[in-house]
Design a protein around this ligand. Structure first.
Ligand code: SF4
Length: 380
């Protein structure tokens, strides 16, 4: 059952609002070398084109920081600089016009340096994401271990509480400097741990939460793991922005993010394909047909639902929720809209007929009006 969304304060990364009443935002991270502005801008453009709303770039050293003035002003979406330990990199990123910073203030040795970054971020109204990743947690302190000794917490709960306290330590440093433009992340590869950590943090304050399962893995396994972790929290009303971390082209991450959000009906984004798994009734190569339609649907921006079903007997009925679909039989197909049969076509005409129907639905149906390309009237 879907819970109502946790109330969070709104923060802004450039012109993109996170939290408050904003939709759950989709983020990714470039894999290019930030020292190469051309390659980085190309990847940012690909991510933006896929629907990524905020892109994080690693800023590992001074050369990367020096490249930011050649990247930030030319990016189609707001950028977040990912910085570890060195406060001067954060200052350079802020000076270059970056829209957000990912930085744990507790990892910077001198308080004066943290203060300098926070003042610069405050002046430019740039939010800071703090957090704790399970993979890079500091050791548990003696006080924490003693305090927890009587608590009967399970190992998962104990680690999650340690993550929460670590992240809150970073939050407090910022709050003590009167800075509240904060977003928190608590990522782990182990789904039970990240579920527990985010659930605990969600009860403690109103900062927006950035959800992620770290090092989730290759596209197949990583997408499933991320969907379970992110989906569980989102269904519980927790989460304001998400990233799916996959060992592949980050454009894939954006696709998976939207599939998770679409599955929970939290966002609309592009076409959705309904396809049957096939069974003993199927008499066509439905896998090839579905893949061909799927490729075409990637070009559609409107949230139309398209079905590709494997038999005429059950296809239209099983997919009656879809805006349009095909039920394929031996050598032929039936094109239907909302389960109502429109016409029969030969097998080689299925894809063109489906494309034709999709085009006319997008032109005729007012619910898709906002996704129509503006008509060129110059020669009219
Ligand atoms: S639509 Fe037909 S082929 Fe596909 S799973 Fe259902 S019964 Fe089987």
């Amino acid at each position: 059952m879907m819970a109502s969304r946790r109330k969070t304060r709104a923060i802004h990364v450039g012109d993109v609002q996170i939290g408050g009443n904003a939709p759950i935002r989709v983020q990714s991270m470039t894999t290019s070398d930030t020292r190469d502005p051309k390659a980085t801008l190309e990847q940012i453009a690909e991510l933006a084109d896929a629907g990524c709303e905020i892109v994080r770039v690693a800023v590992p050293d001074r050369v990367a920081a020096a490249a930011l003035p050649d990247i930030v002003p030319y990016a189609q979406v707001p950028l977040i600089a990912d910085i570890h330990f060195e406060h001067t990199l954060a200052l350079k990123a802020i000076a270059a016009g970056i829209h957000g910073i990912r930085l744990n203030p507790g990892n910077i040795r001198k308080h004066e340096d943290v203060r300098e970054v926070v003042m610069a971020a405050k002046e430019r109204e740039i939010p800071i994401r703090v957090g704790a990743n399970f993979g890079s947690l500091p050791p548990m302190s003696r006080e924490f271990v003693d305090e927890m000794a009587e608590s009967n917490l399970s190992q998962v709960e104990l680690v999650a509480e340690h993550m929460v306290r670590t992240a809150l330590g970073h939050v407090r440093i910022l709050e003590d400097l009167d800075f509240g433009d904060i977003k928190i992340s608590l990522k782990a590869f182990e789904v039970p741990i990240m579920l527990e950590a985010y659930s605990r943090m969600a009860k403690l304050n109103d900062y927006p939460l950035h959800l992620g399962v770290t090092e989730a893995g290759t596209p197949k396994a990583g997408s499933v793991r991320s969907a379970v972790g992110l989906g569980t929290l989102l269904a519980a009303g927790i989460g304001d922005t998400i990233r799916v971390s996959l060992t592949t082209d980050p454009v894939e991450e954006v696709f998976v993010c939207y599939e998770i959000l679409k599955s929970l009906e939290l966002r609309q984004h592009g076409a959705t394909m309904v396809a049957c798994p096939t069974c003993g009734r199927v008499e066509v190569d439905l896998f090839s047909l579905a893949n061909e339609v799927d490729e075409y649907l990637k070009t559609i921006k409107a949230p139309i639902k398209v079905a590709v079903m494997g038999c005429v007997v059950n296809g239209p009925g099983e997919a009656k929720d879809s805006d349009v679909g095909v039920a394929a039989g031996r050598g032929k197909g039936i094109i239907f809209r909302k389960g109502k049969i429109l016409r029969r076509v030969m097998e080689n005409e299925i894809v063109p007929a489906l494309k034709e129907e999709i085009t006319s639905i997008l032109e005729e149906d007012e619910q898709f009006a906002e996704w129509r390309e503006p008509k060129d009237t110059a020669n009219v």
